[in-house]
Design a protein around this ligand. Structure first.
Ligand SMILES: C[S@@+](CC[C@H](N)C(=O)[O-])C[C@H]1O[C@@H](n2cnc3c(N)ncnc32)[C@H](O)[C@@H]1O
Length: 315
């Protein structure tokens, strides 16, 4: 299926529209005190995409973006999601894992904004243009990573495991993987399976993974994007929003991993809201939100034999 991944974002900049949208939501959530991501706002401003900066400045109301309840709650949804992944990596490094891989890191700045134990390496993988953009903007801001950050500009449809190993990732040691906003149709169904197979092959016993995904059969972004794109263009979004996701039947991430040697658990959005320490988020009424997104956590089992697609890792 043909699709466009990059979108012209001003005279000199090219950055992923979805990554910018999520970062804009984090910038607003930071302003509202729901999360702390001080880099989201400058990164979004640096894209020079007026639609998103107007969103941050409150000139564009979130309710203008669409009449669907999930969009109206977009800020809170991305805020709890961000906290879920932050908490997950904090727990994993708290248990001694010292290599963290952020798949499709976008404009998130975890290697700059979180505390990391000494000796931790954080690998950020995303399209080369996104990695270059983020690294350059943060350097200009004078931000320095709080961890040994190893950024890899790579296409996740290609041989990213080789690129990851080249910069030091050790498949013989447990790692932590996070895939935030990646397994909801950003890759084709086949590419998503391949990615999970590669992650499995690189995961020593005790490795951990967290990902969000959309269960099969739920209306995906791909099916809504045309309508939303038109509405957002009306509000001045000058970059293309269509072609960001693949329709099609993606495997259920939890089931796929469980069949390949991972111990998995799945939560829904209500669980995430309940788990957050923020009363304001806890109080949020989810009644009208299609609570469709699922949040999978997984731990690589120490012994696993015979499951399809298993790469034969064992401890
Ligand atoms: C929805 S954004 C999420 C970004 C980030 N995880 C966050 O939550 O802010 C999806 C990300 O996937 C990246 N991406 C999509 N397709 C990719 C590919 N084939 N190779 C590498 N990165 C890709 C995009 O550049 C974008 O940063």
């Amino acid at each position: 299926m043909a699709r466009t991944k990059h979108h012209s974002a001003g005279p000199a900049l090219r950055v992923d529209a979805a990554a910018t949208l999520v970062a804009a939501a984090r910038a607003v959530a930071t302003k509202r005190g729901l999360i702390t991501d001080p880099f989201a706002e400058p990164l979004v401003r640096a894209t020079r995409i007026g639609f998103f900066t107007r969103l941050i400045d409150g000139e564009l109301d979130i309710f203008d973006l669409g009449d669907d309840a999930a969009l109206a709650r977009m800020i809170e949804l991305f805020a709890v999601r961000s906290r879920f992944f932050d908490d997950f990596v904090a727990t994993a490094v708290g248990h001694g894992i010292r290599q963290v891989v952020i798949l499709a890191s976008g404009l998130d700045a975890r290697p700059y904004r979180l505390w990391w134990p000494p000796g931790t390496a954080v690998y950020e993988l995303d399209q080369p243009s996104v990695i270059e953009f983020k690294t350059g903007v943060l350097r200009q801001l004078g931000a320095t990573p709080t961890v040994n950050r190893r950024a890899v500009g790579v296409n996740l449809n290609q041989d990213w495991p080789a690129a990851l190993r080249r910069v030091g990732f050790d498949g013989g040691e447990p790692g932590v993987w996070i895939a935030e906003g990646l397994l909801s149709g950003v890759l084709s169904p086949e590419a998503q399976d391949r990615l999970l197979d590669n992650v499995t092959a690189l995961s020593a016993a005790g490795s951990r993974l967290a990902a969000d995904h959309m269960p099969t059969g739920i209306q995906s972004w791909a099916e809504r994007e045309q309508t939303l794109a038109e509405r957002w263009r009306h509000h001045g979004l000058e970059i293309g929003l269509t072609g960001l996701t693949y329709a099609g039947r993606h495997h259920d991430v939890g089931e796929y991993l469980a069949a390949r040697g991972w111990e998995t658990a799945t939560s829904n959005l209500a669980d995430l809201f309940a788990a957050t320490g923020l009363p304001r988020l806890r109080r949020d009424d989810l009644a009208n939100i299609p609570v469709s997104q699922r949040y999978v956590t997984a731990t690589r089992r120490s012994r696993h034999r015979g499951a399809a697609g298993d790469a034969g890792q064992s401890a």
